[in-house]
Design a protein around this ligand. Structure first.
Ligand code: GUN
Length: 294
């Protein structure tokens, strides 16, 4: 069994990005600029956005954090999105989700200029990705693809089971893994809450991508020998002995599943660190105007 060290790969990619940014700036180019809008004070969102800002520093990007109270109206948030769309200094930006109930997330996502949509959530990016055109690929699926690539894990003709059908992870990773080429060329099955026999599906799988948000859902009896297991789960499970009061818990019962695997990602330190680095990758592409020109 080989552990997939997402933290180490993420550190390596950040170094590569920082080097490229240094070269761009040394040659008189523009330093990439990522802006993030954070609405309210949700603990998880605060942590994620702080990590994104810190990663920007490591990569040599300029970053702007725009805070809005959770009483902000949808129109006020739309006006801020419009302002960033039209700010030539901002190469890409994100609106951290979830948003308060009175704001339509879909409306906000669709208001973002797709050329600055470094989250890859705008329908134009989603559509372009689904037919294999250049686009911003969402961070978590991109991070998974990059781990498979850097560990040279064989994917061609493999049976891949994706657990979960979210717009952010399940649907896009299923799509990417069935694309032509490497990493890809998989035969993909997507399982969800209405799937008849998830265990039987998993037992057929050469690769399992667990993205349900259901702690310890995948157990040893669901995994065949030599399987590649990618755990996307990051549920905060209360834990009195942890300093933070919770323990980040994956969708896979790691201790019993790991011995059966050829490769497995831990939680934390697997897919998580790759997600933020993927956003940095997209910001670099946005800064270089490599995908879209305005
Ligand atoms: N909330 C949880 N994950 C994400 C993400 O990747 N992007 C944004 N904008 N919000 C999130």
């Amino acid at each position: 069994m080989q552990l997939i060290d997402g933290k180490a790969v993420a550190e390596q990619i950040k170094k590569e990005i920082a080097q490229e940014v240094a070269d761009i700036v040394a040659n008189g180019g523009k330093r990439p600029h990522l802006a993030a809008i954070l609405v309210g004070h949700d603990g998880g969102s605060e942590t994620y956005v702080a990590s994104k800002v810190k990663a920007c520093e490591t990569c040599g990007f300029k970053s702007s954090l725009i805070r809005m109270e959770d009483t902000v109206s949808e129109d006020e948030l739309l006006a801020k999105v419009d302002e960033l769309n039209n700010d030539p200094d901002v190469d890409g930006f994100i609106v951290q989700l979830p948003l308060p109930k009175h704001i339509s997330e879909q409306k906000i996502i669709e208001a973002i200029d797709y050329r600055k949509d470094v989250d890859g959530f705008h329908p134009i990016n989603v559509g372009r990705m689904s037919i294999g055109l250049p686009c911003f690929v969402p961070a978590t699926p991109f991070g998974i693809i990059e781990l498979l690539r850097r560990y040279k894990i064989e994917t061609s003709g493999k049976k891949c089971v994706v657990l979960g059908r979210s717009n952010i992870v399940g649907k896009p990773i299923a799509n990417l893994l069935m694309h032509k080429g490497y990493p890809g060329d998989c035969t993909v099955t997507v399982c969800h809450s209405r799937t008849k026999d998830i265990k039987a599906e998993c037992l057929e799988a050469d690769i399992i991508i667990a993205a349900l948000g259901s702690p310890h859902f995948v157990t040893a009896d669901m995994v065949k020998d030599g399987c590649v297991v990618i755990d996307v789960g990051t549920t905060r499970v209360p834990n009195a002995s942890a300093k933070s009061g919770f323990k980040l818990t994956g969708d896979v019962k790691f201790d019993e599943v790991a011995p059966k695997c050829s490769y497995i990602t831990p939680v934390p330190g697997g897919v998580g660190p790759m997600t933020i680095v993927s956003l940095m990758h997209n910001t670099l592409l946005a800064g270089k105007k490599e995908i879209y020109r305005k």
